[in-house]
Design a protein around this ligand. Sequence first.
Ligand SMILES: NC(=O)c1ccc[n+]([C@@H]2O[C@H](COP(=O)([O-])OP(=O)(O)OC[C@H]3O[C@@H](n4cnc5c(N)ncnc54)[C@H](O)[C@@H]3O)[C@@H](O)[C@H]2O)c1
Length: 330
Amino acid sequence: MKKKIFITGAEGFIGSHITEKLLTLGYNVTALVLYNFTGDIGNLKYISKNNLKKLNIIFGDISDPETYFKNLKKTNIVINLASLISIPYSYRAPISYFNNNIIGTSNFLAACKNLNIEKFIHFSTSEIYGTPKKIPITETTPLNPQSPYAASKAAIDHVIKSYYYSFNIPVVILRPFNNYGPRQSRRAVIPEIICQILKKNIISLGDINTKRDFLFVEDTANAVLRVIKTNNILGEEFNIGSNKFFKIKDIVNILSKLIQKKIIIKIDKKKIRPFKSEVRHLLCDYSKAKKILKWTPSIMKKNFFKNSLLETIRFYEKNYEQLDKIYFND
Ligand SMILES: NC(=O)c1ccc[n+]([C@@H]2O[C@H](COP(=O)([O-])OP(=O)(O)OC[C@H]3O[C@@H](n4cnc5c(N)ncnc54)[C@H](O)[C@@H]3O)[C@@H](O)[C@H]2O)c1
């Protein structure tokens, strides 16, 4: 029988893709969706009706086990993506990040003690490495979180490892580099560039000289499947990225060519991170994931980057009107 999976942050960008893949493969999935007064299921509304019918959705909050404990008890595998993730907002609301991402996740971990969970797959991030002294970044690169978001994610990695050592929680940590693909919040760099190009001829961005390693969201979902299937990896962390990096201004050029629109970039100082907080470059060494999980990113395939960006652009073209109504300022 297929495993029972409990996934948090399922309504988010990456969570919805993982949930969709698991349902298509026949897993029995329960999605924890952050309680909200409108009953919105976020990105889960984009998955097929057939898959949605099979999904058990519960509204709750990772920080309050009363909202999900009954379901957690029956689970074989936990996938934990729930997190506040916007770096700019973390400068305005650092305490919210520490409460949600450290204390909230610690409550969730505590609820997982003494249950028959086989694997607790936790989503960390490449941001916890900060600007590294040496690239590419391996799992042993020293952690140097430079924003409240990154600090909250680095702290909870340590808490999670301590739960592995102290209480035998069967953890595996994934550290994805910058994901992109359909359904991502407009706050992220690729959707923001696409949406601005679709609407304007002059686009406004922050630092366009920083370099990021971009990973298609489908590859991240495949890495989760490899973690589910691979034995003897408890207590391990894995970097997942493409081992190629691009300056943001190069991404703008690629996207404007694909959309076939000439644009001008205007630098908006308000969008630049505090100087010491900016992560200059991130480049992933995924050799551990390749060796142990037998996972590789699809960027190696001919034209994959271009085609996956085109797929991403098509999503924003189709949903632009709706997404443009969402109000945000950081
Ligand atoms: N997007 C990226 O490029 C990227 C890169 C590296 C790591 N990550 C990590 O991957 C995970 C998912 O990221 P994403 O891009 O899909 O973000 P997202 O914001 O789209 O999804 C996060 C989800 O977590 C939910 N959530 C937040 N707090 C919660 C709580 N207290 N209880 C229950 N649910 C809660 C939110 O409602 C949201 O749906 C995060 O842990 C993030 O740190 C993302």
